[in-house]
Design a protein around this ligand. Sequence first.
Ligand code: SF4
Ligand code: SF4
Length: 427
Amino acid sequence: MPNRILSKFVVAIPKNEKIVLFNTKNAKTISIPESIYTNGEYLENRLTYNLLQKEEFLEDKFEIYNIKNNNLVGEKTLRIIILIHENCNFRCVYCYEKFKKGLIKEDVFKAICLFIQKELRTHKFKKLAVGWFGGEPLLGIRKIEQMSTQLIKLADEYKVEYISHITTNGYLLNRRNHTILQNVSVSDYQITIDGMLDYHDKQRKLINGQGTFKVIWNNLINLSKASSNFTVTIRANVSGENINNMNRLIDSFKKDFGNDKRFRLYFVNVNYWSKNNISTILKRDIRAELFEKAIAKNVSVMNMKAFINPCAICYAAYENSYVFGSDGLVYKCTVALYDKRNIIGKILNDGTVLISQSKHNLWLKDISIKENKKCFNCQILPICRGNQCPYKNIQKNTNVCPPTKKSLEKYIKIFLKQEKCDYEITF
Ligand code: SF4
Ligand code: SF4
């Protein structure tokens, strides 16, 4: 047999007297009894060897080449995020938006539809993924309805899959708006809740300063009574101030949504999102710690695959990914809205997108073009591709390692609690 060395992109994780091999090139898992792993017997066995080879667990002199070529240029998804309403009914203490603009302009609305039609006409895409963002997108619910109807028609006409999600503060997610969204295939919601009422209401207030927790939580409870198919990710932004509030959030989530698999929790470290930030930024990656706590209480959390899949990178790193402002400006990232490097162009009324290719290239740092020793020797290269958050890379002018690098084993261990291994080897 030729090569019998495991690829450097394979991570070995001990689990209940077994070793689970996790392949960062394809997120596949193989479980092997510890003794057989230790004495290397599994590599001598013809069947096991064939499996390891088929699933790319063995070192291969072409593997870097293959990872490089599994690049994003051939991506078959057209990703569009629309800032449908750039004002907001909230004034969160850490928010970076300036609220100078409002509802999407009619000519911009039409131009985006024309642009998408031109792109789909090329038959390069198999999927159209549309995200509704703001400000607060539900302030423009009728426009979402109108525009979605047109986009669904286009997806049908060009026979591409259509998926749609919304990032909302949840305050206006009442039954009426939920029904409108369901009718136009918006079936994935991300809603931020920063802890229980006492903390959340200090962070996420209405323009008039009133708290928002009760209305949002009530909307979510009503949503859970609907029979429709959707997913809700409740995102908690965690800082030094609210970390101790998370236990109560997990408990309340369990009480009200614990049996509903459509709901799940997601934790994010508060970061330097705006100059207004007054929270204590936690240096350690709190995600794994809180996911583990939630899972121990049998609470459903985001699937770890989102962090450890190959190409688990930001949408901004994809070539066919655009964020359209309500006034027709074209961006890559929804965080850096006031950074000139992020304003890569403008859409014209006829649907032409005028883009500065040099600015666009800043976001698409492709490992097949820019060789980088640090990344090529990194076990999570297939996951991160040296460009997990292009905006951080642009700011620091280097490839910034994501938290996944340090927490990889923890994430894999949680993943192994969420999903069974792909293969179990028993001799
Ligand atoms: S580029 Fe970075 S900051 Fe911008 S949306 Fe992506 S992950 Fe967030
Ligand atoms: S940026 Fe860091 S984590 Fe990402 S591939 Fe390069 S070395 Fe690895």
